[in-house]
Design a protein around this ligand. Structure first.
Ligand SMILES: CC(C)(COP(=O)(O)OP(=O)(O)OC[C@H]1O[C@@H](n2cnc3c(N)ncnc32)[C@H](O)[C@@H]1OP(=O)(O)O)[C@@H](O)C(=O)NCCC(=O)NCCS
Length: 198
């Protein structure tokens, strides 16, 4: 018997998050074969300094470790954002002690085309629908107006400012905090047209 290993074949664990389809994007679990593309996109200081945990520089082994560890915890849901089959970023729900938190980044060549908002809305729908979360939180560094705008376009409400540790700068940075309740999201979801296809 020969065993073949298809780097793109989903494992059981990957099947724990569905495939979400939006007007332009397909969101699915990150797989081993995506590590190279993730490393290429995420190895960008402007991404690292605006997220809590992405180191800079970010190499292939960082991406491989990320893919190996992701989507293992109950309530965690990390989606690779793809456009015409090509990875362009990530959007995830992180279950934390103080409540689930949404996070996202988009590769620089794809900024400014509404992809973060489109992906975040799909993942929010999944978090409030399938995962049945009652509320989500999010953060954006105070000098990150693009991320703040994404959150506003998804209905998030500002709740205050906190110092959050940012790995890439090895320091804490003031971060605007936001919250979105399921009730508010349901009243806003006329943007719709997200479907789980698997
Ligand atoms: C933040 C980020 C995800 C946005 O991705 P994107 O696909 O460009 O976002 P969208 O196109 O959906 O929306 C961006 C919005 O911010 C606005 N924006 C962009 N730069 C801005 C600036 N300097 N000042 C004010 N608004 C700005 C855009 O005009 C757009 O709003 P609009 O649709 O009302 O015009 C992307 O820049 C990124 O990955 N940054 C680094 C990582 C990060 O910040 N992650 C979020 C922290 S959890």
């Amino acid at each position: 018997m020969t065993l073949s290993h298809d780097a793109f074949a989903p494992t059981d664990r990957e099947l724990c998050v569905p495939v979400l389809k939006t007007d332009r994007l397909l969101l699915r679990a990150p797989r081993r074969g995506d590590a190279k593309a993730i490393a290429r996109l995420a190895n960008e200081r402007r991404i690292a300094v605006n997220t809590a945990r992405i180191p800079h520089p970010y190499g292939l082994s960082d991406a491989e470790q990320f893919v190996a560890a992701v989507n293992r915890r109950d309530g965690e849901a990390a989606f690779l954002i793809t456009l015409d089959g090509a990875p362009i970023g990530l959007c995830s729900i992180d279950p934390r002690e103080d409540g689930p938190e949404i996070g996202y980044w988009i590769g620089v060549p794809y900024w400014g085309q509404g992809y973060a908002t489109e992906a975040a809305r799909a993942v929010i729908g999944y978090a409030f629908g399938t995962l049945q979360y009652a509320a989500l939180q999010a953060g954006a560094r105070v000098n990150n107006p693009a991320s703040r705008r994404v959150l506003e376009k998804c209905g998030f409400q500002w709740t205050g400012v906190r110092l959050i540790r940012v790995r890439a700068i090895n320091s804490a940075a003031p971060t605007d905090r936001f919250r979105l309740d399921r009730g508010l999201w349901e009243s806003l979801r006329s943007w719709g047209r997200v479907s789980e296809v698997a």
